[in-house]
Design a protein around this ligand. Structure first.
Ligand code: MN
Length: 420
């Protein structure tokens, strides 16, 4: 048994997001399978409920009903000492040299489901959702639109800025997003008006999912933060800029954000990302001791945004990377809990829009079009300032090194017209 097994007897196509080194968890259903936990391997899903019922996790998990639930919360709540043993056991069962499942033809027929036959559901029930603002490039670009001479607020380099978002409207990839309506007002208008947003945008983000709760009053240090983080997924924080611009002062984002956020269905455990750690960007401002972090704080995960128009034209409009994040996931969680705020299993903490230093690495249309001033050219006769009805946005993420690709799959959403 080995964590570093390079090959599996399962057929995995070159370039797949889901080699044996990844093994992300998700919740799926099919015509004949009730919602349950699975692991992605190549183009297949390994059905953990069937494996559990067949006794393949005996000695690790007593109550295998954790695999037959419609969310991963009770599985994740078993804790890393247990979930890491399950991960190692799955690696063992799928490894080329292991014949236990490989030679059990009857069980093999039950345990593999084609991803194309399955519907993916939200991986976790989300008790709480917070969105950070951790990319210095994004914060600077957005700040410049409002305050050209002083884009970063004085607090920005001292703490990971964030806001409490809405958990109930986080949906899984593939769920359409209805264009929101709301109140908007520009400086030249005497009165606000009500109507469908004319400035619907995306935010390219990643989120981490909490795997271990704390009690109120307790704080999590940067050094121990990753013990509380189960894994990561893609996150699109859809944003109505015209609603946001009018409503956000002084308490921050509200109805310009909470009409919907999309996540990718596969939750990649931190253990799959350990070979992709990199240093965080250098900080030129001293930070307080509780936020200081040593070691490789960030991950080198490549990100991209693709826009597909209703006429079928597609263009990759941004390529970014989580390594640009000024504040790491450990610093985000340490800051969130420093006041004693409790965290719960399934909580989602998104990074904020992840922009890079170059014009092709901006994570929102707000930045790409400079607040809707500069149209984005997509194809002959097709331009965008913000999203139009029928547009589809696909976020993708993967870490890749030494021939190993840890993919996150995709996070897709199509814009429906506003309700009349
Ligand atoms: Mn955001």
């Amino acid at each position: 048994m080995s964590n570093t097994a390079k090959t599996t007897w399962v057929s995995v196509k070159p370039g797949s997001d889901f080699p044996i080194q990844n093994l992300p968890y998700g919740i799926f259903k099919t015509a004949s399978h009730s919602p349950r936990a699975g692991v992605a391997i190549g183009d297949f899903i390994l059905d953990l409920a069937v494996l559990g019922a067949a006794g393949k996790f005996s000695g690790i998990v007593q109550d295998v009903s954790v695999f037959s639930k419609p969310t991963l919360n009770s599985f994740i709540a078993l804790g890393k000492p247990v979930t890491n043993k399950i991960r190692n056991r799955i690696i063992e069962l799928l490894s080329e040299e292991n014949t236990e499942l490989q030679n059990d033809i009857a069980l093999r027929e039950q345990v593999f489901v084609n991803q194309s036959d399955a519907t993916m559901l939200l991986p976790v029930q989300i008790p709480n959702y917070t969105d950070f603002y951790s990319s210095i490039e994004h914060a600077t670009n957005v700040g410049k639109l409002f305050r050209p001479d002083n884009p970063l607020m004085p607090n920005w380099k001292h703490l990971p800025v964030g806001y409490h978002g809405r958990a109930s409207s986080i949906v899984v990839s593939g769920t359409p997003i209805r264009r929101p309506k709301g109140q908007t007002k520009t400086d030249d208008m005497p009165m606000p008006v009500f109507g469908a947003s004319k400035a619907l945008d995306i935010e390219l983000e990643m989120a981490f999912v909490v795997g271990k709760e704390t009690d109120m009053g307790e704080s999590v240090s940067t050094a121990s933060a990753e013990d509380y983080i189960f894994g990561m997924l893609l996150f699109n924080d859809w944003s109505a800029r015209d609603i946001q611009r009018w409503e956000y002062v002084p308490l921050g984002p509200f109805l310009g954000k909470n009409f919907g956020s999309s996540v990718s269905p596969w939750l990649v455990p931190l253990e799959a990302l350990k070979n992709f750690r990199v240093e965080a960007p250098k900080k030129d401002t001293e930070i307080l001791p509780y936020l200081q972090q040593s070691g490789l704080a960030n991950f080198d995960i490549q990100l991209e945004v693709e826009l597909t128009t209703p006429s079928g034209e597609s263009a990759v409009i941004s390529k970014s990377n989580t390594k640009y994040l000024y504040w790491s996931i450990a610093q985000q969680l340490a800051h969130h809990t420093v006041n004693g705020c409790n965290i719960q299993v399934g909580d989602m903490y998104a990074s904020g829009t992840i922009s890079g230093p170059t014009p092709d690495s901006l994570g929102s249309l707000l930045e790409i079009t400079e607040g809707g001033k500069k149209a984005l050219y997509l194809a002959e006769g097709i331009e965008r300032k913000y999203l139009q009805d029928g547009d589809t946005i696909t976020l993708r993420a993967f870490a890749e090194k030494d021939g190993v690709r840890i993919g996150f799959g995709s996070c897709v959403g199509t814009i429906l017209p506003a309700h009349s």
